[in-house]
Design a protein around this ligand. Structure first.
Ligand code: SF4
Length: 218
């Protein structure tokens, strides 16, 4: 077994998709271990370390056995592990609708074009804004989604100016604004979006309302 064909996995479980335009749908989550960023509001720090090394074919079998049409690779940052690229391809070949949550720092250029990439743009309040890999925007299409997590009005203003400066909505119409749970009121973001007539989707992280803000593996 070559180390290149294994992945360190934090957890694999079925739940419903809590975010994105797929919110509410049954989904199998494959959460990889490890991230090279440290967003100050990260809600999955438990995935920074630990995990179990598994062969790619084992991860594939576990992801398929739950039977959901939707499968999401998330983390941590899945693209830090080279076997993520062939795993995404395997899941597409198996007929699944495949989502990839990625930080916006990792290079997405090798991701199978059938995958729906949900890519963050890190606002200043994350502490990781300097890590945005802007060239990634050239590798997105209208099937992909761009997500900005907002911790403050300043983050909102940053996002508004970036959308214009980088013509993000001409890359994809699926631009998602979320708030850091407990830090910024979603109703305030709704008011700002209406005032500025921004063509974005304000979203809630459904899983945090269904279970609890710090629930794991749901
Ligand atoms: S990129 Fe994602 S997993 Fe990594 S620190 Fe930021 S929020 Fe957490």
């Amino acid at each position: 077994m070559s180390a290149d064909d294994t992945l360190v996995i934090h957890e694999i479980y079925a739940s419903i998709q809590g975010e994105s335009t797929f919110a509410g749908l049954p989904c199998t989550f494959v959460r990889t271990t490890g991230c090279n960023l440290r967003c100050v509001w990260c809600d999955t720090p438990q995935a920074f370390y630990g995990g179990t090394r598994m062969r790619r074919d084992e991860v594939l079998a576990r992801a398929l056995e739950t039977g959901t049409d939707l499968v999401e690779l998330t983390g941590g940052e899945p693209l830090l592990q080279p076997a993520t690229i062939p795993l995404l391809r395997n899941l597409c070949d198996a007929g699944r609708t495949v989502l990839l949550e990625t930080s916006g720092e990792a290079d997405v250029s090798s991701v199978d074009p059938r995958v729906h990439k949900i890519m963050d743009l890190k606002a200043p309040g994350s502490g990781e804004s300097a890590r945005n890999r802007w060239s990634n925007l050239h590798h997105l299409t209208s099937r992909d989604e761009v997500k900005v997590v907002l911790a403050s009005r300043a983050d909102y203003e940053w996002a508004r100016s970036i959308l214009e400066e980088k013509s993000v909505t001409s890359v994809t119409p699926k631009v998602l604004f979320s708030t850091v749970f407990g830090r910024l009121e979603t109703k305030d973001v709704v008011a700002w979006v209406l005032e500025d007539k921004l063509p974005v989707r304000v979203q809630l992280q459904m899983h945090k309302f269904i279970w609890s803000p710090d629930a794991r593996g749901v």
